[in-house]
Design a protein around this ligand. Structure first.
Ligand code: SF4
Ligand code: FE
Length: 486
């Protein structure tokens, strides 16, 4: 396994890539102040794996090599593995206070493993063996891999084949005896610049005439055909300021970027789906299912931080003893632990797939994510309620540092006795960061749309509800045996 330091060096070793941020080309991503906090978050997944006290959560024994590997590249072998995944994500969410990005690869590898196996069974293809070889290297090298699913999709009323510009969906433009050539883009790519490899999957279920869009493959993240455009986050330019106090989270951050495939060549041994439209939707559903489970861990860890921040600011404000503040904190804890219940439940009710790895309970994973689209917003609302208006009106760190203005700032914003004004400043900024600033990308909007928008979960919930059985239960108790509708 790599150490955190080796991981950062391995990103340097990827060399110069075509990366744009704020309209400028970035030659060195590792030391860029906008990007480095997101690298620190991923590095935490390596650092904790080095620590013996976290070995049970952070590492696992590979079923492929028998070696100890980072859990982020593990094929879940049991329900206990699924539960440990959630516990690991809660831990990391609490350690970083943001998105640590590496889960998309873990969720993609587990979805790809079973989907390629079942596809081969039906179509006589050899995708599973190819993927197994790729995964063996992934585990050996301890890579971070970007699981890339979401296409820009263009006009939602038209399908992949009906777009004015076909590049709004990743598609095959050429097939030859050596491999395929693909064009298009993936957007919202969590941690893509901090990854060694990109594992691309189709974005949705495909129709028979959409074979060119039913494509899955892996590509090294430094392939010269790739172009990266960094995503903006609220308050991100504060990371470029000298003082880090106003960033709220002074060390860690998340990352989303666009990755463009400009006629990218993929050799056949890296292609894991090529036109099997009947497996496109299934792969999407499994990846999304695993990632909907994931949110029952990472968002809960973020919630732990926000609850701690709300309690701290209440203490700093001198309001912690007020009964309504205590009650609001209890409500935040209750909501946060409810999400954890969902993450644990869908994991402990997981089952073995035909390919041998474990899949979560789909109904419960979708209920988990549906709750995640709501509860963090309520937790954030309560944190803002407790914090007070200074959360959004407090002068900048530079004003506090100024001789004339700073003297007044320190005088006016000191509250509870014995608490340095700087602590209060920092805590306001952390809550701001998580509820309306850069980390609100991960804690709020991603809770809404990540791993599929709320409606996507409602479709799966409806499909798995077994309504016929429920109707029979009700009718049986009423003594109704048949009424022409059952
Ligand atoms: Fe991991 Fe959560 Fe970030 Fe997804 S949103 S990559 S599950 S930390
Ligand atoms: Fe996500």
């Amino acid at each position: 396994m790599m150490t955190a330091n080796e991981y950062i060096q391995s990103l340097r070793a990827l060399g110069s890539r075509r990366v744009y941020a704020f309209g400028k080309k970035v030659d060195n991503i590792v030391d860029h102040p906008l990007i480095r906090p997101s690298i620190n978050s991923v590095a935490m997944t390596y650092k904790l794996a080095e620590m013996p006290e976290y070995a049970d959560l952070m590492t696992a024994t590979s079923n492929l090599s028998g070696k100890k590997i980072n859990r982020f590249s593990h094929l879940h072998q049991s329900q206990e593995d699924l539960v440990n995944k959630i516990k690991m994500q809660r831990l990391l969410g609490a350690m970083t206070g943001t998105c640590f990005q590496r889960c998309v690869g873990m969720d993609a590898l587990n979805a790809m493993w079973s989907a390629t196996y079942e596809c081969d069974q039906k179509h006589g293809t050899t995708y599973h063996e190819r993927f197994k070889k790729f995964l063996a290297i992934w585990q050996e090298k301890d890579w971070t891999v970007d699981g890339a699913m979401t296409d820009p999709k263009g006009d939602r009323a038209a399908g992949p084949g009906g777009q004015v510009d076909p590049d709004v969906f990743v598609h095959i433009v050429e097939r030859n005896d050596k491999g395929i050539v693909v064009r298009g883009a993936k957007i919202h790519q969590t941690g893509v610049l901090n990854s060694h490899e990109i594992l691309v999957m189709p974005t949705q279920a495909m129709r028979p005439e959409e074979k060119d869009f039913a494509v899955a493959f892996s590509v090294p993240a430094n392939d010269p055909s790739l172009l990266f455009i960094y995503g903006r986050q609220a308050s991100d330019s504060r990371k470029l300021e000298e003082s880090k106090i106003d960033t709220g989270n002074i060390t860690y951050g998340g990352q989303e970027a666009v990755v463009v495939f400009e006629n990218t060549f993929i050799p056949w041994d890296r292609v894991y789906m090529c036109g099997e439209v009947d497996f496109s939707g299934m792969l999407v559903e499994r990846f999304a299912g695993y990632h909907r489970q994931s949110y029952g861990g990472c968002k809960v860890g973020n919630g732990d931080v926000l609850i701690g921040a709300a309690q701290s600011i209440a203490e700093y404000n001198g309001a912690a003893k007020a009964s309504h503040v205590k009650d609001k904190i209890i409500e935040m804890i209750h909501l946060n632990e409810t999400l954890y219940c969902c993450g644990i439940a869908c994991s402990s009710q997981g089952h073995k797939t035909a390919s041998g790895n474990y899949l979560i309970d789909m109904m419960l994973a979708n209920v988990c994510k549906q709750n995640v689209t709501r509860f963090p917003y309520e937790i954030a609302r309560l944190a803002q309620d407790i914090a007070g208006g200074l959360l959004v009106t407090m002068p900048s760190a530079s004003d506090f540092a100024n001789e004339e203005a700073g003297a007044w700032c320190r005088k006016l914003f000191t509250a509870a006795p014995g608490v340095p004004v700087e602590n209060r400043q920092k805590m306001f900024r952390l809550i701001e960061n998580m509820t309306i600033g850069a980390a609100a990308v991960g804690y709020l909007t991603e809770s809404m749309h990540g791993a599929g928008s709320p409606q996507a979960q409602r479709i799966v919930i409806a499909r798995n509800a077994n309504m016929e059985a429920k109707k029979k239960m009700a009718r049986r108790l009423c003594g109704i045996e048949a009424d022409g509708l059952l």
